[in-house]
Design a binder for this molecule. Structure first.
Ligand code: SF4
Length: 492
């Protein structure tokens, strides 16, 4: 049994001011989870209080003292909780708070969620006396119980043994999947309320997270059911109901209630949000999105890459980290969008822009992961880094497979044409240019060129000093002349 909070004095500060603290590579003692090693966090509700050894933290695998400085290790955090008021829907809500509370610990950086967690512990924290992950576990349990009093009993199992983490991750992915599938039969029009989440406003103050049945939170950790459970049990917390109000745009997903919430939550920065639109009034994104979407103007299409992707570059030549920098910060950025992976399964997935018919590129590991969400007609039409390396190759690929963006996207939901098709527009522009083209001066009979008296100056049909006519063509010119002086030329 671990020491209780009264008995233990932690060798690190615990304070919300450390939220957002970054541990850089140079100052890092160890890295847990992240891009290289498996990791996850999970909260499980147990209806039998006696099954839970309240306050206990156990560790399977090497502890901090056994780890090499600069090393990278697997990491799983599993919490089992009991409380009379707790229901299964609250598992994901409590789990999401792990990020918040662990971010209060000085020298301990916790990023992301679920199976994407990325933790770094600083050398300074180790120097100050942090020597065991159990200390982190006990501090986190202390915060859980202080902040969420409905948790009556809680125990934690931390795992750093890589084989064990991988084995448990497989089971955990099934739990995440079951949670995600729960909302698939429910749609935005079936409910009267959506839910707001302000948890990430501590580092992205204008971020407005709206969770609906058809739009899971962009961090992927909060479904509509989870948010509803959180709002009920913790009315003072970050989740609260947003009455939908009137529907302004059923395809883009614009509601008066959401617009009012946007003004209120962003302190007036934004006054409207379309829940299912990529290009017009898009949803804001903090830094926690699971997937980043980016518009590719050259092909009028959209590409997607996820956090943790093994793919280093997109056809735009930008890696995930650069794209993520454009998406995040709680901003509404036209041309970029952060989403949760489950949004790919939504029947309203960016439907204002043409949905899947607008998707032209995905990182291959992401395409594989959500393969069952992609409509049959689009499966072979979406390229990956294995098909194209840059925009030129992307254009060739899309033309070869006759992707809808080439000749114009027709929205499935209402049959509306949302793009004209870049190839169609380019062909039309070329034809127009050809039709307007003026034959070169050399092909024009000299007699047809108006002539001015030798040395009379510039203008259409002026004659150069050598007596050779030159032709000046003014296209779409807007000429204003302030003053004209006309002088008689004296004959010699
Ligand atoms: S990303 Fe949004 S829904 Fe997820 S925790 Fe942050 S504010 Fe809440």
């Amino acid at each position: 049994m671990g020491a209780t909070e009264e008995e233990e004095k932690f060798p690190f500060d615990i304070n919300p001011m450390y939220e957002g603290e970054r541990v850089r590579k140079a100052g890092m003692d160890v890295e847990l989870g992240g891009q290289v090693k498996p990791g996850f966090e999970l909260v499980l509700f147990d209806p039998e209080p006696e099954n839970i050894k309240d306050g206990e933290v156990s560790l399977i695998g090497p502890d901090l003292e056994d780890m090499e400085e600069g090393g990278k290790y697997a990491y799983a955090m599993i919490y089992r909780v009991y409380g009379e008021q707790i229901e299964k829907d609250l598992e994901a809500v409590i789990e999401r708070r792990n990020h918040e509370y662990q971010s209060y610990i000085q020298g301990y950086m916790h990023l992301n969620q679920r199976g994407e967690i990325w933790v770094r512990i600083s050398k300074d924290a180790v120097k100050k006396g942090l020597k065991s992950l159990k200390q982190i576990g006990r501090a986190t349990i202390m915060l859980f119980k202080a902040e969420l009093p409905f948790i009556e009993r809680i125990e934690a199992t931390f795992i750093t043994d890589e084989e064990e983490v991988e084995k448990r991750l497989e089971e955990t992915n099934e739990i995440y999947k079951a949670r995600d599938e729960k909302t698939r039969g429910l749609h935005d029009e079936d409910v009267d309320e959506f839910y707001q989440c302000t948890l990430c406003q501590s580092f992205a103050p204008t971020n407005v997270c709206v969770v609906t049945p058809d739009r899971i939170a962009l961090c992927g950790a909060m479904s509509w059911f989870d948010s509803r459970a959180a709002a009920r049990i913790d009315p003072e917390g970050p989740n609260a109901a947003i009455p939908k109000g009137d529907c302004i745009d059923p395809i883009g997903g614009e509601y008066t209630g959401v617009n009012e919430a946007a003004v209120r939550l962003s302190s007036g920065e934004y006054d409207s949000i379309k829940l299912h639109s990529f290009l017009e009034k898009p949803h804001t994104s903090c830094g926690c999105f699971e997937v980043a979407g980016f518009y590719i103007p050259e092909v009028e299409g959209i590409g997607w890459v996820h956090r943790g992707s093994k793919v280093s570059e997109t056809p735009m030549g930008l890696p995930f980290s650069t794209i993520a920098g454009s998406v995040g910060g709680g901003k509404q950025v036209q041309g970029f969008l952060g989403i949760g992976i489950q949004y790919f399964y939504s029947s309203k997935f960016i439907q204002a822009d043409g949905g899947w018919r607008r998707v032209v590129w995905m990182a291959s590991d992401l395409k594989k992961r959500v393969a069952d969400a992609i409509p049959e007609e689009m499966k072979d039409k979406i390229s990956t880094e294995e098909d194209v390396k840059d925009i030129e190759e992307l254009r060739e690929f899309l033309q070869r497979i006759d992707h809808p963006v080439v000749k114009g996207v027709i929205r499935e939901v209402d049959g509306e044409r949302v793009t004209e098709g870049w190839a169609v527009k380019e062909e039309a522009a070329e034809a127009e240019a050809e039709a307007k083209a003026v034959p070169p001066a050399a092909q024009v009979p000299p007699a047809s060129i108006p002539r001015m008296a030798s040395g009379a100056g510039a203008g259409a049909g002026a004659v150069a000093g050598g007596g050779r006519p030159i032709q000046i063509i003014l296209k779409n010119a807007d000429i204003s002349i302030g003053k004209i002086k006309v002088k008689r030329k004296e004959r010699k």
